[in-house]
Design a protein around this ligand. Structure first.
Ligand code: RFL
Ligand code: PHB
Length: 393
């Protein structure tokens, strides 16, 4: 049996950052993760870090490599009717974003844990949460060597993503769920080839959405809208490049799609999902465990980071100063930002994807919204302000 102040379930960006922030405040935590370290360090996911995310990582001393290898971006393109329309993020908002892979942040945070000797247990199984409505909640699990273990905590942080055990441990009636599914999925491709353009390109095309992004001067990240029932076996590398060519076709002179060896490809369905409140007794939910956004707004990881910044403050007040106000308002505080991001992600998704069920009327509305966003400073500023990330409160 082990005693700790905070038992953290899940070593994604949310769990790792929470553990690190708590340690800086003198609160001890134990982090439990089902996967192997190598697996979570390789999992290709988010790429866009909002300015508040970048500033936080820098402030706490884990932003060194991001500063060196991250790619600052001051604009993005909306491509429709074959033409590019640049949204000048920095000119419009004074802020920027940084392209730096989520798994690089995960690597940096794990390295910082190892450096300081902070406890992370990988490859645990049978994780179960108990006594959540008491002051001594417990986690039982099996460790990597097959031993049955128990963790006694003051608080449990559920940072175990959408498919974790934390949220389902809350009794029926403890949460209200808001859910929206979309008739599309994203096929994501990582390719060894230099980016074809220096900025991200969000493309609306009759054949479906496409996105040009990147990871480094040598690695390109691309996405295609596909049917959610489609499987990756249907998509040979040749078919992927041919489809990208068609959707990214443009009259802009300076764009040629650069092809290269495909390093990784997979299909992810899209959904919007929120639970309220993000707390039950002594269990606090953070990140994808509490909410999901479709990736078109690049918000998921950034929201996870904003949640745990609030949570580390709330738990420090609770456990070091016996002050409960921040813990009591944790859910309300986070949900303000969550719903803003939900709306923005839904808006970007609806504006840029081709809905197979939509009629001509809806297509005309979509194009009108795109033209307005591209031509009105007010509309472009609203997109830019949401995209670069609203300041933390
Ligand atoms: P994670 O990253 O899913 O981590 C949860 C961790 O919990 C572990 N786990 C358990 N551990 C212990 N016990 C259990 N029972 C457990 N069950 C699960 C898992 O193994 C895992 O390690 O959640 P977290 O930390 O909340 O982070 C959320 C982000 O990962 C997610 O929101 C983003 O990746 C979303 N996202 C994007 N977000 C952005 O901010 N910008 C982007 O550009 C962006 N692009 C994307 C994305 C997500 C994508 N996919 C694949 C869903 C692009 C894509 C394609
Ligand atoms: C990515 O680079 O993986 C990426 C970029 C922008 C998005 C989603 C994902 O909106």
């Amino acid at each position: 049996m082990t005693d700790t102040q905070v038992g953290i379930i899940g070593a994604g960006p949310a769990g790792l950052l929470l553990s690190y922030l708590l340690q800086l405040e003198g609160v001890d935590a134990v982090l439990l993760e089902t996967r192997r370290r190598e697996y979570i360090e390789k999992r290709v996911r988010a790429g866009v870090c909002e300015q508040p995310t970048v500033e936080l990582l820098r402030e706490i001393g884990v932003g060194g490599r991001m500063e060196e290898e991250g790619m600052p971006h001051h604009g993005l393109s909306l491509r429709f009717d074959g033409e590019d329309h640049r949204i000048a993020l920095t000119e419009l908002t004074g802020r920027s974003i940084t392209v730096y892979g989520q798994q690089e942040i995960v690597k940096d945070l794990i390295a910082a844990h190892v450096d300081k000797g902070l406890p992370i247990e990988f490859e645990v199984s049978d994780v179960a949460l108990h006594d959540l409505d008491t002051e001594r909640p417990r986690v039982t699990y099996t460790d990597a060597d097959g031993n049955a273990r128990e963790l006694n905590c003051a608080v449990i942080a559920g940072c175990d993503g959408f498919h974790g055990v934390s949220r389902p441990s809350i009794p029926a009636g403890g949460l209200r769920t808001f859910d929206h599914e979309y008739p599309f999925a994203w096929l994501g491709v990582l390719a060894r080839t230099p980016p074809s353009h220096e900025e991200l390109i969000y493309t609306r095309h009759e054949r479906g959405f496409a996105l040009h992004s990147m990871r480094s001067p040598e690695i390109t990240r691309l996405y295609l809208q596909v049917d959610p029932r489609d499987t990756i076996e249907n998509w040979s590398d040749d078919r992927i490049w041919a489809e990208l060519e068609r959707r990214l076709e443009t009259t802009s002179a300076d764009f040629t799609l650069r092809e290269g060896p495909v390093l990784e490809k997979s299909i992810t369905p899209m959904r919007s999902f929120v639970v309220e409140p993000m707390q039950y007794g002594r269990l606090f939910l953070a990140g994808d465990a509490a909410h999901i956004v479709p990736p078109t707004g690049a918000k998921g990881m950034n929201l996870a980071i904003a949640d745990v910044r609030n949570l580390s403050r709330a738990l420090t007040d609770l456990l070091r100063r016996n002050r409960t106000d921040r813990a009591e308002s944790y859910s309300d505080t986070c949900l303000q930002r969550v719903w803003r991001a939900e709306h923005f992600s839904w808006y970007m998704t609806s504006m840029l994807h081709t809905d197979p069920q939509a009629d001509e009327f809806q297509h005309r509305l979509q194009l009108s919204q795109l033209r307005y966003t591209a031509s009105s400073t007010a509309a472009a500023t609203s997109l830019a302000e949401n995209y670069v990330g609203l300041p933390f409160d």
